[in-house]
Design a protein around this ligand. Structure first.
Ligand code: HDE
Length: 712
């Protein structure tokens, strides 16, 4: 289906937005009151060299507007990137839900997605080790549904009450506002080491999931258990999963650090460029459905947001696809002003008593009131539902609608009883009638007390290279802590997940794993809580391994949108270049010439080719693979610039595929790669297909075991 058709399908929201777009091309400049402006360069003065006059309303309007351009950044998830798209359903799920979005396969539901880092400020780097937000606003015919999730299937804490503590601990420390966008500091590990419920999300954060290759290559999760409600009012538990068509891939920490310097907008740019080029990112939506009767069947509590349901126990049923096909017109108006509320659900979807979810239902509306300035934030174009809205809520800051009529209350007769209520049969929302019979208590359920079985399952399920990355991540993060008692406390806690993991990290820190620590958890429960109930227990093994948790088992069948650096200078061999670039581009990869200088380079057939980046302005970490075509003059020129050698060594160290043709191998022979020519992702005078196959594997992680000696 072509782009134009797809865009027509999401036309409801686009049309709505179009009513608000403003195009200044060909227009005369005016003030906000519509006055035509004759001079916007000079203020009104008492004489050519005199002081500025209070009378100057043009200056005042321009400057006051500017003075108020910023709104408070989000307290968490401040840095984000958004895009428009469409959701299409593959098959009706009416057995489980009456939600139109899950029953009407003809429907193309417009969506707006926003991806974010959590801890950093709005201007921080994309490649911080962090959880990523994965929030999707579905503009459905029954009202807006916001699925506000993350790229990891579990959360740090079990109760909303602890969220401010968690966030205060990970944010820059309050005395000196250091460090920015980083969990590697004392306050974070002080907090998490006292609240062991955090350990599951904590170890996911230490894994490669914390440093994605692309926002387009991450999974998304609703995390909480929600409910689906069908026409008969029957409820099923559900967890929501987004599966990227490009697979789940990450960079290495060394790359993440370097990307942050080379291009701190790496993820934002990658998303924008892919959509701009028509290579629309796609995710399939999957449901993990559990019958109500099975609520207590598992070794963990479905209401505990620090637990996932392994796909090996309850498979994910793929039900539809989201395609992001349109970049925003204006970052502030759309990506910054979009307001997601987990409380935005539609008939057929409902909440559970997950105590974290329950707290979120309050927090998000509350935060928008100060972030977006008042109760009318739903009238901002990006937040407007595609359905009509009518109620008796009135006035407030920035009311942009003009409600007509004499009545703003219900019930009424003067207004003809309008707006009237909707029966359930007409789509009226009613909350799921859950039976409640309980005491009012301030406590934690004992069924939430197992903090280590799932982190251990996660670690056991990782491939060797993934485990090695976790060791390195813990060594880095704890190594950055200054307080030895916090490092030791963490080592003991990590040993509860996996002893060998703790031993390896301890060795890197130059410390010992302690035999025990004081009060592992009681500060995180309650002064009078029965601490014994929450002490670490023997881990439950309900699965030996859950292979779906490992990125080693993701999709490896495409090189679409992969960035290939072609190292070339004047005189490069055109037939080599043509053979490789055509084969790569046929598979959807992006071929970019990296040359000793900017502008153009001339090939062996005397044609000029545009240079994508001069070597002085780019780094290997911005590419997925490297190709060096032949051509003596070209290769001689490359060999004269040591940065090309660094580029190759570094690409090799980061386990990327490297290919060279004819004289191109001389450059390889000048690099440290010459010692590893039998590597399965190094190709000398090979066919493009072998190279393509290696790129589709993302990285040759086996290389990690043999290349420790390459300094970069
Ligand atoms: Fe959020 N979270 N959160 N969160 N969250 C916010 O809302 C909050 C939680 C998530 O792109 C804030 O509009 C509390 C879990 C995403 O605009 C704030 C609790 C999950 C985004 C807030 C949580 C998330 C936010 C800041 C514990 C994954 C960005 C600005 C009860 C399921 C959405 C805003 C966007 C944003 C509060 C826990 C995901 C402060 C109190 C669990 C993706 O309201």
């Amino acid at each position: 289906m072509g782009e134009t058709n797809k865009q027509q399908e999401q036309s409801k929201k686009i049309k709505d937005l179009e009513a608000h777009y403003k195009e200044s091309k060909g227009k005369t400049m005016t003030t906000n009151q519509g006055l035509k402006v004759n001079d916007t360069n000079n203020s009104l003065k008492s004489g050519e060299r005199g002081s500025t006059l209070l009378e100057d309303f043009l200056l005042r309007e321009k400057i006051t507007n500017f003075d108020h351009e910023r709104i408070p950044e989000r307290i968490v998830h401040a840095r984000g990137s958004g895009a428009h798209g469409v959701f299409e359903l593959y098959e009706s799920m009416e057995e489980f839900t009456k939600a139109g979005i899950f029953t009407d396969t003809q429907r193309k539901t417009p969506v707006f997605a926003r991806f974010s880092t959590v801890a950093g400020s709005k201007g921080s780097t994309d490649l911080a080790r962090d959880v990523r937000g994965f929030a999707v606003k579905f503009y459905t015919d029954e009202g807006t549904w916001d699925l506000v999730g993350n790229n990891m299937p579990i959360f740090f804490i079990q109760d909303a009450m602890k969220f401010p503590d968690l966030v205060h601990s990970v944010k820059p420390e309050p005395n000196n506002e250091i460090p920015q966008a980083a969990s590697a500091h004392d306050t974070f590990y002080d907090f998490v080491s006292h609240a062991t419920e955090t350990m599951h999300n904590q170890i996911w954060l230490m894994s490669d999931r914390g440093i994605p290759r692309s926002l387009r290559m991450m999974e998304g999760f609703g995390i909480h258990t929600f409910r689906l409600i069908n026409k008969e009012g029957k409820s099923h538990f559900v967890k929501f999963h987004w599966k990227p068509k490009l697979g789940v891939h990450s960079v290495t920490w060394d790359e993440a650090v370097k990307i942050s310097g080379a291009d701190s907008d790496f993820h934002r740019r990658d998303l924008w460029d892919a959509i701009d080029a028509g290579q629309f990112p796609e995710w399939e939506l999957g449901l993990q459905i559990v019958p109500e009767e099975d609520e207590h069947k598992y070794d963990f509590d479905l209401l505990d947001p620090t637990k996932l349901i392994p796909e090996e126990m309850v498979p994910v049923k793929i039900v539809g696809k989201m395609t992001l096909n349109r970049n925003p017109e204006n970052f502030f108006a759309e990506t910054e002003q979009v307001a997601f509320l987990p409380g935005h659900i539609v008939p057929g979807i409902d909440f559970t008593n997950d105590p974290l979810l329950q707290g979120r239902l309050f927090s998000y509306r509350d935060t928008q009131l100060s972030r977006l300035g008042g109760p009318n934030f739903h009238q901002i174009p990006i937040n407007r539902p595609v359905t009509e809205t009518h109620n008796n809520q009135r006035d407030g800051l920035m009311q942009t609608e003009i409600p007509k009529g004499q009545t703003a209350y219900f019930p009424n007769s003067i207004g003809g009883g309008c707006p009237h209520l909707a029966k359930m049969a007409e789509g009226g929302f009613t909350a799921y009638e859950e039976r409640i019979d309980a005491k009012k208590v301030r406590t934690r359920s004992e069924s939430f007390s197992d903090h280590f079985s799932q982190p251990a399952l996660f670690y056991r399920s990782l491939a060797d290279w993934e485990q090695q990355h976790v060791v390195e991540a813990y060594s880095f993060e704890l190594g950055k802590c200054k307080e030895t008692h916090i490092q030791e406390r963490m080592l003991w806690i990590v040993s509860q997940i996996d002893e060998s993991l703790a031993e390896k990290v301890a060795k890197n820190l130059g410390l010992q794993v302690p035999e025990s620590v004081e009060q592992p958890i009681n500060q995180s429960i309650g002064a009078d809580a029965d601490v014994e109930k929450f002490q670490p227990k023997a881990k439950k093994i309900y699965l030996d391994q859950a292979p779906t948790l490992s990125q080693a088992n993701t999709v490896f069948d495409t090189i679409a949108t992969r960035q290939i650096a072609v190292l070339a200078a004047d005189g490069f061999n055109m037939s080599d270049f043509k053979m490789f670039s055509e084969a790569l581009e046929k598979e959807g990869a992006i071929v970019k010439i990296v040359a000793p200088h900017g502008g153009t380079v001339t090939c062996s057939e005397d044609m000029k080719h545009e240079v994508s980046a001069a070597i002085s302005t780019t780094e290997s970490v911005l590419y997925d693979a490297i190709y060096i075509p032949g051509g003596q003059a070209s290769v001689d020129a490359l060999m004269g610039n040591k940065k090309f050698i660094k580029f190759i060594n570094e690409g090799f160290k980061h386990c990327k595929a490297i290919a060279a043709s004819h004289e191109g191998k001389n450059l390889i022979n000048d690099s440290l790669v010459k010692n590893y020519l039998d590597d399965t992702a190094v190709f000398i005078d090979a066919k493009p297909n072998d190279f393509i196959e290696a790129i589709s594997k993302h990285r040759n992680w086996d290389r990690l075991n043999v290349i420790a000696d390459i300094p970069v």
